[in-house]
Design a protein around this ligand. Sequence first.
Ligand SMILES: [Zn+2]
Length: 142
Amino acid sequence: MVKLGVCLFCVMVNLSNRLVVRRSRAGLGLFAKVNFKKGARIVEYTGEHITSAEADRRGGKYLFTLNKKTVIDGKGRDNLARYINHSCRPNCYAEVNAAETRVFIFAKRTIKADEELSYNYGKEYFADLIKPIGCQCLKCQS
Ligand SMILES: [Zn+2]
């Protein structure tokens, strides 16, 4: 394989003129580079579509449930939405489309450039993966 000396991930992030991955309170986070209006569609949560059984087998932090049968495994680094951290007082929300095939992240309120994006991961995720280690969100830490 030819080494280009260029990280494809960095290229992709830089190509996004609206969003940027940066260091956050707990590891990495996704930040706005521009202002977003309330209700604006910000980014899609993308990844491989797998069965619930396969999701249980794989485990991991980047599983997004579409419905009882199907889960998105969003662990791929091209899935920018995976860098959005949980918050108990979020500025975004995730919504599954009517066909239950795609997930989009929307602005819950006006978001200014340089703000970190966050959404509420939901009760089940919080109980299983966040509560045991303590929530790092601004609301819980202030
Ligand atoms: Zn919290």
